[in-house]
Structures are given as structure tokens and as C-alpha cells.
Design a protein. Structure first.
Length: 101
């Protein structure tokens, strides 16, 4: 999964390409490795068992038409461009087949 632009729950800084990212093995929340090691546990550990991390919803990007013309389709949840034949969003994992995107 591509976490670029999603904020680390510990430091609040968006993940950048090349960041060393780890995810909680229980809920899937992503962290900068340094942040996770500093805190020593998942920020959502009090909700483990009832919570699974999902990427935040973002407004669709206004250049959706340009993406369509470029042979891609935008994810309706996160706005990430995906190949026209993609079954799942490469950014957030949302199923793309049959959703009209």
C-alpha cells in the first residue's frame, strides 16, 4: 500500500516516498518506524479488537477528467489515479470494479 501523504498518528507529519514505514500488526495503522519505536506501541492499542485502520477519505481531485483521458481512473475514496483495468486502488485498496470510477 502506498501511504504517501497520509499522516503518521504519532508525529502528524505526512508520509513521503522513501520513508521507513511500519504498520501495526493488529490494526494496520502506519507509522514512521522511529515514531513507533519511540512510543513503543500502537496509538490505537486501546481500541484493538474493535478497530481496523483505514486511510482517511479525501475529496476527489478536480483533474479526474484529465486522468480518464490519460488511461487511468481515479479512486472514488482517496482520489488516487489507477490504471483503467485495476481491480483495487493502489493507494487505499478500495475495490474499483463495478463502482463506475
Amino acid at each position: 500500500m502506498n501511504y504517501t501523504g497520509i499522516k503518521c498518528p504519532v508525529c502528524g507529519k505526512p508520509f513521503q516516498p522513501g520513508d521507513d514505514i511500519v504498520v501495526c500488526p493488529i490494526c494496520g495503522a502506519p507509522y514512521h518506524r522511529e515514531c513507533y519505536e519511540r512510543v513503543g506501541k500502537c496509538a490505537f492499542s486501546d481500541r484493538h479488537g474493535t478497530f481496523t485502520w483505514t486511510p482517511p477519505r479525501q475529496a476527489p481531485q478536480p483533474d479526474g477528467a484529465a486522468a480518464e483521458n490519460a488511461g487511468t481512473k481515479r479512486c472514488p475514496r482517496c482520489g488516487a489515479p489507477n490504471p483503467k483495468n485495476a481491480l483495487f486502488c493502489s493507494h487505499c485498496g478500495l475495490p474499483l470494479s463495478g463502482n463506475g470510477a
